[in-house]
Design a protein around this ligand. Sequence first.
Ligand SMILES: *[C@@H]1O[C@H](CO)[C@@H](O)[C@H](O)[C@H]1NC(C)=O
Ligand SMILES: *[C@@H]1O[C@H](CO)[C@@H](O)[C@H](O)[C@H]1NC(C)=O
Ligand SMILES: CC(=O)N[C@H]1CO[C@H](CO)[C@@H](O)[C@@H]1O
Length: 777
Amino acid sequence: MAPLAWAICCLLGGSLLCGGIHRPGPSVPRLQLSYRDLLSSNRSAIFLGPRGSLDLRAMYLDEYRDRLFLGGRDVLYSLRLDQGWPDSREVLWPPQPGQKEECVRKGRDLLTECANFVRLLQPYNRTHLLACGTGAFQPTCTLITVGHRGEHVLHLEPSSMESGRGRCPHEPSRPFASTSVDGALYTGLTADFLGREPMIFRSGGSRPALRSDSDQSLLNDPRFVMATRIPDNSDQDNDKVYFFFSETVPSPDGSPGRVTVSRVGRVCVNDAGGQRVLVSKWSSFLKARLVCSVPGPGGAETHFDHLEDVFLLWPKAGKSLEVYALFSAVSTVFQGFAVCVYHMADIWKVFNGPFAHRDGPQHQWGPYGGKVPFPRPGVCPSKMTAQPGRPFGSTKDYPDEVLQFVRAHPLMFRPVRPQRGRPVLVKTQLAQQLLQIVVDRVEAEDGTYDVIFLGTDSGSVLKVIALQAGDSAEPEEVVLEELQVFKMPAPITEMEISVKRQMLYVGSQLGVAQLRLHQCETYGSACAECCLARDPYCAWDGASCTRYRPNPSKRRFRRQDILHGNPALQCLDQSQEEEAAGLVAATTVYGMEHNSTFLECLPKSPQAAVHWFLQRPGDERPDRVKTDERVLQTEQGLLFRRLSHLDAGTYTCTTLEHGFSQTVVRLALEVIVASQLDSLFPLEPRQEEPPVRRGLASAPPKAWYKDILQLIGFANLPRVDEYCERVWCRGIGEHSGSWSRGKQAKGKGWVGMELGKKVKSRVQAERNRTPREVEAT
Ligand SMILES: *[C@@H]1O[C@H](CO)[C@@H](O)[C@H](O)[C@H]1NC(C)=O
Ligand SMILES: *[C@@H]1O[C@H](CO)[C@@H](O)[C@H](O)[C@H]1NC(C)=O
Ligand SMILES: CC(=O)N[C@H]1CO[C@H](CO)[C@@H](O)[C@@H]1O
């Protein structure tokens, strides 16, 4: 890599560089890494299974056993995470004999529906997991032996095979959510063949099976996103399972039509149902609305009401749990995504507040104003309810009026509002949809930052921080990286984080990827580059950009400025050193007179403004390149539509970001006049057939050679590699069957590849000749 020369623009470049610069907003990712970049730098490793695609439907990250369990179509996998090259175990689990045929008979599609799509993987005990699959529209569950920690076994327990109805949906893709608590499984789903009967269902374990009352006011066309146990306080009897979902409900203001709203709902773990009312039904189910909206002018708010995903950020001791939720808003005029953060304490407050009440379907909702019975509806039987003289040790002891109340008033009146009353992140006009969220709380030199990872529908992950300058100010969003994890644009359906391993596990239907949370050296080899990256994981340690570790005992000199990304303060002495190390050496490139040519300059950061300078032979100092219809400045570089011999000289491409100017490339352009050209490229021998592509086939060899050279441009000789790959080597199969680390499979090349190599070596040979030699030939 060329050495980088850094300068503080305001000191050296004066107002010319500083004034009137337009640069793209920070919502453009500062660093974009392709699928190939990620593999070749070991940032990611991919598992696609032995057949090249997993048809992944379930993923369970088991940090205790250091394993990743995957559920696919008729198959289960176990991967070891503690080895450099993880080995995998596979178990086939097709539907029971006859189930496939029955599924087809009932009108389902053989290929896409009538298989056993494994959709649920939950811990069961120290040696077993519970797995459930759609079983060709007859949900089935089984235990799988996974062994103790350190063992690597995987097999089904056929004797434990049983119906999975109420635990797993019939369909391969319908959203549902489940969690296991004390050996019991809590699932929110639609549990029937037609997908019309929504419920929250508990099964297994020592507690009685319970389900939702089929009253429609409990769950309206729910789309479950997450289920999890959250302890309310130190009294385990108060533990509840929370469900996050969205519902489609009749318009709350009584107007016709339906609207989507997002909810948090909960049930007590020790709910046992009622004795006379709500027998074998939840007696503690309550729900509240989750609001995520942006205040607009005149009090109008833009609501994000479709819940996409939820991530729980478990705090260090003594702090309240934080719930990160990703929402979308889709309307005819607007599409956007927002991330809102809720304090668990605020959720509890809403459940402890007034119940919603209305006198009839045509009436407005209001707070319930009457007397609330005791024990308060929705409260778990615990020390609080079982005080002497108040013998409520089980929900079965609750008075009928309590159960009737909870059945009639499952909704809380107040909605849960996010921290600061607004989203931490809003993204509109995105080319992609955001589907998954994972958050890591990172300690940096100047504070603690929540790094948000967002999984998109195009197989990529965005790494974002939201900076909060003041209490009232809007958060500033910085997109640190966009990582194209999957080669194909497959929607990301699973995302888990291992803070211990500093890894993200990302799943799409194709397969799973293990992705490092950070790779600081990617940002560059200069202090200012590291600083401009504003990545809380990374800091300049005096020699390189490396992982920042807060370590008060051994205070090393670390430079980092997440809040402002201002290298002027952080790297002043460093940049002078780099400056002293010398300017970027100029590379000589050639262009043909009267032909088009292209000088490439790819800044690392799309957030930087790019400027071109030209110093002609004999000039005292460089000048800004004047662009017109002949000389165009494009995103990739400088394009000369028709080169003149007056264009010769040394071109410098500099970028400006956060007040810092960097020389990216220096190119000494030599213009070859037309008369020199034929001697440069004599006729090629006849036997070399040109590639059958891009209409080049019929042209005589000399012409197509020139065509190629024109396409790639003399100035771009280093990128011939890439060009060859694009034109000739496309469609080569990806490596599969095991974690492939930066290895590109060499597939069936074709004739063109060989020719490509020849062109390349030819071009390189030309490059190595000096202009004088060229003249001599
Ligand atoms: C990637 O990992 C492989 C195997 O662990 C190693 O041989 C290779 O040098 C690594 N490449 C990079 C760029 O770190
Ligand atoms: C886990 O459950 C299975 C099935 O009930 C049982 O066979 C196994 O012994 C249990 N393992 C442990 C460690 O309790
Ligand atoms: C587009 C263009 O001007 N192409 C020219 C490039 O140079 C060769 C050799 O001088 C000409 O023949 C092409 O017409």
